[in-house]
Write a protein that binds this ligand. Structure first.
Ligand code: CDP
Ligand code: MG
Length: 665
């Protein structure tokens, strides 16, 4: 008889059985606590099973039985999608059926959805139509330790909703030990609320899932490095040639650094002797497509070492198995809003001690690991304990607008986990007033302010869209709004093909700036590119991004139609002054983002204090202009870049925003 061949009849399990996750042994106590308490705070190491298992436990235990839904919020879109894919797989359903996700402009749920992953920003938006969030039996606020601005606002709302919906269950999950703060927040009576009749009621409890962690050796640099990207790459090869098996996770700050590093590793790996072990470098950041993001979860080809270069997405939000080595640059991109200049940017900032130890922990999930910190031990000691919550360093205009639309008029007295600085509140109110969203009593205007809050774009774009019909350019502004909401680039930039992309882009270029150029690209895509696949290829355009723009545009159009605003799409011969009308219309929304070109080619904002540079991706890069408005400020290193820039005339600022500029002088 042939020998029994073990390998032949067995295939490896698709997933580690969830029964082996640390959370499994807490199954009963978790369900008991959630049943008993309105608020449950779950603290556990990343990877212990909070995000993927808790919603399934709840669904199994009948929390969806009366047609209600379990919501799990994430601060990041990437996390919401990847986690939903995983849970749908474990649950055994098609994505969008029992398990789905919903992020801005992308709803993958259906009538049968029971477990829904969504961004916390989107759940706040849902409260506009369903103020008590009555579709949900349980709301789990995941990654609460990150203290994103939307998480903080959502927690404040949930605290209010809880009073009206005692049956609602709130779960707050956190990877760090801030649990007490969250519980105190929910237990305290805010000063403007009556205490409930039984006085100091018990609202909740904390459960800690002591996840299994292996020791991680932490190593520091002896002297600081000038270039952490380069140091990270050389450290990858040190590990690769000297250390035993195990994958590497490298924390950098953003897309540009990550792309550079992935490229460099691929190039240098090709120079290794052919006998050496292969190494596979992969990127992970928010701008990637879902398919590209999923690569990092696949196991590499046999005998290959995987190295993932990631933003802080991999810090807690997503878990990648097999990581034994972590390289920590010590930096993270954080939002920072300067109330003097009204400029919000993403700036590379030192991580906090909490984040650094969270990063190191990623190395010890499956066996003992090592963490290489690309800074000195002295530098580590000087790090702040925790990051400043986002609410204290962001542009608050979108949130104030939403709170007002939710009927919370006194936004200063809103119950914040950490109150934002007065300066930021004033600044945001000022902007909303100048946009016409608030009246002189700081009340939401109707219909303008209310509609601005409902539109899924930031207030300046919302205002632009809602004024577009009076400039006879609604169809065009809809396109511009969609094209500027994409997040990623519409151009496919392959290293070494910069020139070709440049010349493709020039074909669509409009003298007046980037907005009209985007419009040209979109119109060419609609007339040719949708049908001919070679159109995108020849023009270095990203077909997926363009298709997304079409879908976003349709969604924005539906919002407008719901407001009773008709969109005239007839392709009349464009009026001769169409371009001017569009730029005037943009000025009514973007006056706060006005700047003037200096003789040296850089820009200054109105106050003159801040030096801005046209981003190399802009048409205005290396071109002459006078006054311009811009859509956004890009990642900053030593320079502040502005992107999506259009020429305007100074007189228009006076015409459409005299109040705003007077306020400041
Ligand atoms: O939320 P928490 O960090 O506590 O853990 P989780 O995200 O629920 O992950 C539990 C387990 O599922 C871990 O072992 C992950 O490696 C695995 N997982 C995965 O393999 N792929 C995903 N997309 C998500 C989780
Ligand atoms: Mg999680």
């Amino acid at each position: 008889m042939a020998e029994f061949q073990l390998g032949a009849d067995f295939i490896p399990a698709l997933h580690k059985p969830s029964a082996l996750l640390p959370i499994a042994k807490h199954h009963d106590s978790l369900l008991y606590l959630i049943e008993k308490n309105p608020v449950t705070i779950v603290v556990g190491q990343t990877g212990s099973g909070k995000t993927t298992q808790i919603p399934q436990f709840l669904e199994n235990a009948g929390w969806c039985s009366d047609g209600k839904i379990i919501a799990v919020t994430q601060p990041r879109r990437v996390a919401a999608t990847t986690v939903a894919i995983r849970v749908a797989e474990e649950y055994g359903c098609e994505l969008g059926k029992e398990v789905g996700y919903s992020i801005r402009f992308e709803d993958v749920t259906s009538a049968s959805t029971k477990i829904k992953f969504l961004t916390d920003g989107l759940l706040i938006r849902e409260a506009l139509v369903d103020p008590l969030l009555s579709r949900y039996s349980v709301i789990m606020v995941d990654e609460a330790h990150e203290r994103s601005i939307s998480t903080d606002i959502l927690l404040g709302l949930l605290k209010k909703i809880r009073k009206r919906r005692p049956e609602l269950r709130i779960i707050i999950s956190s990877a760090t030990l801030q649990a007490e703060d969250f519980l105190n927040f929910f237990s305290q009576h805010s000063d403007n609320q009556e205490p409930s009749e039984n006085g100091n009621d018990e609202v909740g409890s904390i459960i800690s899932l002591e996840g299994r962690m292996y020791p991680v050796d932490v190593l520091y640099l002896e002297s600081p490095t000038e270039n952490y990207v380069e140091k990270a790459i050389s450290t990858v090869f040190e590990i690769h040639t000297k250390e035993p098996d195990g994958d590497i996770l490298v924390f950098l700050t953003g897309r540009e650094e990550i792309d550079t590093a992935v490229q460099a590793v691929a190039e240098r790996a090709a120079q290794l002797p052919s006998s050496s072990q292969p190494i596979l470098a992969l990127p992970l950041y928010a701008g990637l497509s879902t398919e590209q993001q999923m690569f990092v979860f696949d196991s590499p080809p046999e005998n290959t070492r995987k190295v993932i270069f990631s933003t802080n997405i991999a810090e807690a939000s997503v878990t990648i198995d097999g990581i034994v080595y972590v390289i920590d640059s010590g930096f993270v991109k954080l939002r920072a809003f300067d109330p003097r200049t009204s400029i919000e940017s993403l700036t590379a900032t030192r991580v906090s001690k909490a984040a650094a130890s969270q990063r190191a922990g990623r190395a010890g999930r499956t066996k003992p690991g090592k963490c290489f910190r690309l800074y000195t031990e002295k530098a580590f000691q000087a790090l702040p304990d925790a990051n400043i919550p986002e609410i204290q360093r962001s542009n608050l205009a979108p949130f104030i607008l939403q709170l007002k639309a939710l009927g919370i008029d006194n936004v200063v007295r809103f119950d914040y986990l950490t109150p934002p600085p007065a300066e930021l509140m004033i600044k945001a109110t000022e902007l909303l007033f100048s946009l016409g969203a608030l009246d002189e009593y700081a009340k939401l205007t109707k219909p303008l302010g209310m509609r601005m809050a409902e539109l899924a774009v930031e207030p300046m774009m919302a205002k632009t869209l809602l004024t577009a019909s009076s400039f006879n350019c609604l169809s065009e502004i809809l396109t511009i709004a969609a094209m500027t909401s994409l997040g990623g680039s519409i151009w496919i930039q392959i290293e070494g093909e910069k020139r070709q992309v440049e010349s493709a882009r020039r074909k669509f270029a409009a003298e007046e700036g980037d907005h009209l150029t985007l419009l040209n690209v979109y119109q060419a895509f609609i007339t040719k590119g949708k049908k001919e696949s070679k159109f995108c290829h020849e023009n270095h355009l990203n077909f997926k991004a363009m298709t997304r723009a079409v879908s976003i545009r349709a969604q924005l159009k539906r919002y407008l139609e719901r407001f009773g605003i008709a969109v005239d799409e007839s392709l009349k011969t464009p009026a001769t002054n169409k371009g001017e009308q569009i730029r005037r219309c943009l000025t009514t929304g973007y006056f706060a983002h006005a700047a003037r070109m200096q003789p040296d080619g850089s820009f200054r904002n109105i106050e003159g204090g801040t030096m801005l540079h046209a981003h190399p991706s802009s048409l205005m890069f290396n071109r002459k202009a006078d006054w311009v408005i811009f859509h956004e400020v890009m990642e900053t290193g030593s320079k502040i870049f502005i992107r999506d820039i259009s020429k305007i005339e100074k007189g228009w600022l006076v015409e459409y925003a005299s109040g705003y500029y007077q306020l400041k002088s």
